[in-house]
Design a protein around this ligand. Structure first.
Ligand SMILES: Nc1nc2c(ncn2[C@@H]2O[C@H](COP(=O)(O)OP(=O)(O)O)[C@@H](O)[C@H]2O)c(=O)[nH]1
Ligand SMILES: [Mg+2]
Length: 365
């Protein structure tokens, strides 16, 4: 399946610097990743999770395979993009394909780096981008409505539901609000997602600050934090420049460098985790002598669908899942100990997988 985050923002805000840092770090660890495919603007990034090393240590796993999310560096968004400025509408298709948006905002001053609008003002930059996406959404809604006319006349139920949702989205957009401000019921969720509205996607604001402000943030990033809170969006402060430098260091050097900068952990780790949270994702593990591996699922996923992430056959032939909670695995010092302590549960088709579960699926081939 694979979850995708699109990196968007005005030109020269640090998108590519950030993307390169993300993928360089991933490339450095590539030996561990049998499926690491990196296109020029698409990169897969390991989701940092210290639990995985602990599990592997206990089980003596030969290989550690983290779970990953995909980042896409989406260029070409400028004022007027929805009307064909810059790369025009090309970026729209790119954004439609992602599950969430990392919106990079320039919160650093640098006379050598041109700001397209001639001044540093992240709130107004955010508005420029959001406006382009809202215009694009309004246009796509109009097109969809026009296409529905015939089906509506025929009384098509799906079309009626679609029209209702399109109208709700349009009403929000016309008052200057993104489609994500519309409250959607669980029943409507699927139809809503199918509309693929750009401003319906969850947003994580990434404040790119100067090197010496990475730990503290600055006045601009504080304003962005406030805006993010009001919108119910995510928010992280990083320095793309620093992340780029860190991505070229080995682990020990990186730790020292972070200490010098007054940081506990790399901003990229925070960014990746924030993206993971924003998407409502969680992790389960499979652990054995060969490998310890993390897998990504949406919160609320049932055991058979969780198994499908490994292989479709696991879902089709699903019998049961032997389950040990992460904490029980650790306190039992492994599977045998957890079993003895009565902590290995046998769960069926209706089991909702929990974050950190160590799972073993039994299935009919
Ligand atoms: N001073 C400073 N410059 C940065 C920072 N992040 C990016 N830049 C510079 O800004 C310019 C544009 O960055 P780039 O990542 O290509 O921006 P993009 O157009 O958003 O992809 C490059 O010269 C970067 O080196 C930063 O945190 N501080
Ligand atoms: Mg770029």
């Amino acid at each position: 399946m694979g979850f995708r985050m699109g990196i968007v923002g005005l030109p020269n805000v640090g998108k590519s610097t950030l993307f390169n840092a993300l993928t360089k770090t991933a490339a450095a660890q590539a030996a561990n990743f049998p499926f690491c495919t990196i296109e020029p603007n698409v990169g897969e990034v390991a989701v940092p999770d210290p639990r995985l090393e602990k599990l592997a240590g206990i089980a003596g796993s030969k290989q550690i395979i983290p779970t990953r999310i995909t980042f896409v560096d989406i260029a070409g968004l400028v004022k007027g993009a929805s009307k064909g400025e810059g790369l025009g509408n090309q970026f729209l298709a790119n954004i439609r394909e992602v599950d969430a948006i990392a919106h990079v905002l320039r919160c650093f001053e640098d006379g050598d780096v041109t700001h397209v609008e001639g001044r540093v003002d992240p709130l107004s930059d955010a508005e420029v981008i959001e406006t382009e996406l809202m215009i694009a959404d309004m246009e796509s809604i109009e097109r969809r409505m026009a296409n529905l006319t015939r089906k509506l006349k025929g009384g098509d139920k799906e079309a009626v539901a679609q029209e209702r949702l399109l109208k709700q989205a349009l009403a929000a957009l016309e008052t200057g609000k993104p489609a994500r401000s519309v409250e959607v019921t669980e029943d409507d969720r699927k139809a809503w997602d199918m509309l693929q509205l750009l401003t319906a996607k969850p947003v994580l604001y990434v404040c790119n600050v100067a090197e010496d402000e990475a730990a503290s943030g600055n006045e601009w990033s504080a304003k962005v934090a406030h805006m993010a809170a009001e919108q119910g969006a995510g928010h992280v402060v990083i320095s793309a420049r620093i992340e780029e430098e860190i991505s070229q260091l080995d682990a020990d050097e990186a730790q020292m460098f972070l200490g010098e900068m007054g940081l506990d952990e790399a901003g990229l780790d925070r960014l990746i985790r924030a993206g993971y949270d924003l998407l409502g994702l969680q992790t389960y593990f499979t652990v054995g002598p060969k490998e310890a591996r993390a897998w990504t699922i949406r919160k609320g996923t049932l055991a058979p669908q969780a198994a499908a992430v490994i292989h479709g056959d696991f879902e089709k032939g699903f019998i049961r899942a032997e389950t040990i909670a992460y904490d029980d695995y650790i306190s039992g010092n492994g599977e045998a100990g957890a079993r003895e302590a009565g902590k290995l549960r046998v769960e069926g088709k209706s089991y909702e997988v929990k974050d950190g579960d160590v799972l073993h699926f039994l299935f009919n081939a």
